[in-house]
Every structure is written in structure tokens, then in C-alpha cells.
Write a protein that binds this ligand. Structure first.
Ligand code: ADE
Length: 227
């Protein structure tokens, strides 16, 4: 999979995508992430990519020409399955969306800044608008890093244990059950006996019950979801 990210603050994306599982995905060539500085498509020699908004009001708007040039330049090199705009007024990101996006081959992600991007770019090019939650970040970069991480770890071969993404919270609309490691007794709190029993069938049943109990208590809305 290849993800091209267009940003005015590429530095914000470099570190989150350079370590741990994302690093492994890149090293195994399962995921290529290219970060492009929007200023290379600026409208003038001063690197201008934003301008005042029509109709007045505080805050600059990202101009359409640099974004269109960036997208066209990428599209001339390969076909893209999705052109995503990170924005607080987009569809709220969730695991099923991550699952679907992880099946695509080439994706562009646009990170907004200031008041956002000129609406004509949304009308002309954007195929998905994604929010990571009901709060406003200073720009789309941290949100894009969240989406790339959630997608990247689902690409087959990225996680060491192929099954481990399947037992994450939200797969099957359930939160994950509690997990324990050594020592078996920590400050008087003991690991549940069942996990030490070696009975894999019973352990699986216990985990399912715990996941169900947790979900009922913390996120009953997940149990109502159909999709
Ligand atoms: N840009 C600013 N806030 C955002 C959010 N909550 N989700 C996605 N992109 C954003």
C-alpha cells in the first residue's frame, strides 16, 4: 500500500510514522508513506498557499491551485483509490473504516490548516472526508497520523502475529478483554486462575465473556450497531 500525504507542516508527521509498527511496515515494504510539502506547489516565490476568505471573517483558507497541482501531479504518476481530506466536519473515523481503507492500494491524504481548504477542492477531488473526533486540532497532520497508523497495522504481514489485529478492540464490535503478564501476583492482585489453567477453550470463553461485560458497561452503543 502507498499513502501520499500533502501537508504544510510535514515535520508533524515524520516522527509518529517513523517508529514501532509503522517503521516495521515500511522496512518490510508493505507500506510506503510519502510526505509532500504543499509549498512546492505554492502560487508565488514567497511560498504562498493560503489567502483571505471571501466574504470576510478571521482565518486564512488554503488556496485551490496548490492543492489541485499537488493532487494532479500525484495522479499523473499512478491511479488513486481514495483522496481523503482530514477535517473535523468529516465522517467520524472508526475501525470498520480502517478495515476498508486498509484494502486499498494508493491513497492521498490532505491535511487542512487555518480555516480549512477552499470548498471547490472538496467538490472536485475529495472522495472521503474524515474526522478523528468531535474536537478541533490545529491541523490535519496528527489526525492523518492516527488514520495511517490504524490502517497500516491492518495490512497483512505488518503485525508479527497475524491474528492479533483481529482480537483488537472494535473488531466484532467488542472492546478487548483485560490482559495480564508476569508476575502472577502484583500488590496482592492475582491474575485470574483461568488464565493460568492452560485450558485454551475455557480461556477463550472467559475472554469473550469479559469482552462482552466490558462492552456492556463502557460502550453499550457498540452492541446496538448493525453494520
Ligand atoms: N483537523 C482539525 N481537527 C480535526 C479532526 N478532529 N479530525 C480530523 N482532522 C482535523
Amino acid at each position: 500500500m502507498r499513502i501520499d500525504i500533502i501537508s504544510v507542516v510535514p515535520e508533524l508527521l515524520e516522527s509518529p510514522l517513523a517508529h514501532s509498527i509503522m517503521k516495521r511496515a515500511k522496512e518490510k515494504s508493505l507500506l510506503v508513506v510519502e510526505i509532500h510539502h504543499l509549498r512546492q506547489w505554492a502560487v508565488n516565490e514567497y511560498g504562498q498557499v493560503d489567502d483571505y476568505q471571501y466574504g470576510g471573517g478571521a482565518g486564512m483558507v488554503m488556496m485551490p491551485e496548490p492543492l489541485a497541482s499537488a493532487i494532479e501531479s500525484l495522479k499523473s504518476q499512478r491511479p488513486y483509490d481514495a483522496i481523503i481530506y482530514m477535517t473535523p466536519d468529516g465522517e467520524t473515523f472508526h475501525q470498520k473504516m480502517a478495515n476498508r481503507l486498509s484494502l486499498l492500494e494508493n491513497i492521498i491524504i490532505i491535511c487542512g490548516h487555518y480555516k480549512g481548504i477552499d470548498d471547490r477542492i472538496r467538490q472536485l477531488y475529495i472522495t472521503h472526508e474524515i474526522s478523528i473526533g468531535d474536537y478541533v486540532l490545529s491541523g490535519g497532520e496528527l489526525a492523518a497520523a492516527v488514520v495511517v497508523d490504524a490502517i497500516g497495522r491492518l495490512i497483512p504481514g505488518v503485525l508479527n502475529n497475524e491474528t492479533s489485529a483481529l482480537t483488537d478492540s472494535f473488531q466484532d464490535n467488542l472492546l478487548a478483554p483485560p490482559v495480564y503478564t508476569r508476575p502472577a501476583d502484583f500488590q496482592g492482585l492475582k491474575v485470574p486462575d483461568i488464565l493460568l489453567s492452560g485450558d485454551l477453550k475455557k480461556i477463550e470463553e472467559w475472554r469473550y465473556e469479559q469482552a462482552m461485560e466490558r462492552t456492556k458497561k463502557r460502550r453499550p452503543d457498540l452492541l446496538q450497531e448493525e453494520e
